[in-house]
Design a protein around this ligand. Structure first.
Ligand SMILES: [Zn+2]
Ligand SMILES: [Zn+2]
Length: 364
């Protein structure tokens, strides 16, 4: 199918403009996705603020298969018209990481190691359409797709990847379960997803922390099932956790706050004896006052977490499809393709007020 594709291209620091592309040919392999809704991720906002070679951002993607090569149809077991949620990864499928299920660590799909993935691939990698903020995108032969039932609203389906991270970190890695107290630092998209996943896993108490500026998101976390919130601009964090837990502190702690070393230190202080402390957000700085002794004293397990597995994406798709959770309330702004620039600004607290989760629906 010939034709043109409109896409919002991040061309410079805090600049996104609409550009037109040729529809790629998928005669040999791969396919074309008609993009329905794309969630704006914190990493999209990070990219948007940086000087980078031009690229199409957006990787929390749900859409409908528009074209499919014969080879890809066979490989994926999909047909034209099927609705899918995509993973951002384009793994090689052959390396040790891929072979053992950790394809999120495959160097072929790691932009930090020169690899490509959806929402992070420069235009000069052809056929350029590797981002969700577009009418259509190219389905690479190694794309990872999950069927998404048609009854799920687009703005909820676009939560698949953040929720998958929540299940990966809380359930699969953190092993949260009945009787556990879970402390989540940062009420952003990842933090809210962790709160949902921890409650779904049966955690007894889920505590979410945030600053005064994110009070609306903190309150949202209560509506999503969190048991306690701590506004750290006004309440002393460690003491409040001690009160809530009768001194036992949290079996599982995760820091998903952006920037700042303070949450790293308080996360360690809030860990229960034998507890696990996970770190899911880059700090881009060293941590001066890091206290190793508290790690030893409380026999803490520290672990960095990054991304999701195939299994956790499945869990997220099932969770969303069940329709049992008030996920639509997480969405505050849904923009048209021409307003992608404002979507990125709003998601980064520089656009319209009071953002929760922000999406772009290119055909709206
Ligand atoms: Zn993301
Ligand atoms: Zn690989």
């Amino acid at each position: 199918m010939a034709g043109k594709v409109l896409a919002a291209v991040a061309t410079d620091v805090k600049t996104t403009e609409l550009q037109s592309f040729e529809m790629p040919s998928v005669d040999q392999d791969g396919g074309i996705l008609k993009v329905e809704t794309v969630g704006v991720c914190g990493s999209d906002v990070d990219y948007y603020r940086k000087k980078l070679s031009p690229r199409i951002l957006g990787h929390h993607i749900v859409g409908t298969i528009e074209q499919l090569s014969e080879a890809a149809a066979k490989r994926w077991g999909l047909k034209v018209g099927d609705r899918v949620a995509m993973e951002e990864y384009i793994p090689c499928g052959q390396c040790d990481f891929c072979r053992t299920g950790f394809y999120r660590s495959c160097l072929t799909t790691d932009p930090r190691s020169g690899g490509i993935r959806y929402g992070a691939t420069p235009l000069d990698v052809k056929p350029s359409l590797f981002g969700g903020f577009a009418q259509y995108l190219y389905l690479h032969p190694n794309a990872v797709l999950h069927k998404m039932p048609k009854h799920v609203p687009g703005i909820e389906a676009a939560l698949t990847l953040p929720l998958a991270n929540g299940f990966e970190w809380m359930s699969i890695i953190g092993q949260a379960g009945p009787g556990d107290t879970v402390l989540i630092q940062g009420p952003g998209q990842q933090g809210l997803a962790c709160a949902l996943a921890a409650k779904a896993a049966g955690a007894e108490k889920v505590i979410v922390t945030g600053r005064k500026t994110s009070l609306k998101r903190l309150e949202l976390s209560l509506n999503l099932g969190a048991d306690h919130i701590i506004n750290i601009s006004e309440q002393p964090l460690v003491e409040t956790v001690r009160e809530i837990t009768d001194g036992k502190m949290a079996n599982l702690v995760i820091d998903v706050t952006s920037g700042g070393s303070e949450p790293v230190l308080t996360s360690l202080q809030c860990g229960a004896r034998g507890g696990t402390v996970l770190f899911g957000a880059y700090k881009y700085q060293g941590i001066d006052a890091f206290d190793l002794d508290v790690v030893i004293k409380n026999t803490l397990t520290l672990k960095g977490v990054r991304g999701h597995s195939f299994q956790s994406v499945r869990m997220a798709v099932d969770f969303i499809s069940s329709g049992k959770f008030p996920l639509a309330m997480m969405n505050s702004h849904d923009y048209a393709l021409k307003d992608t620039d404002m979507a990125l600004k709003t998601a980064g607290n520089e656009g319209e007020p009071m953002p929760l989760l922000v999406t772009v629906s290119p055909w709206k």
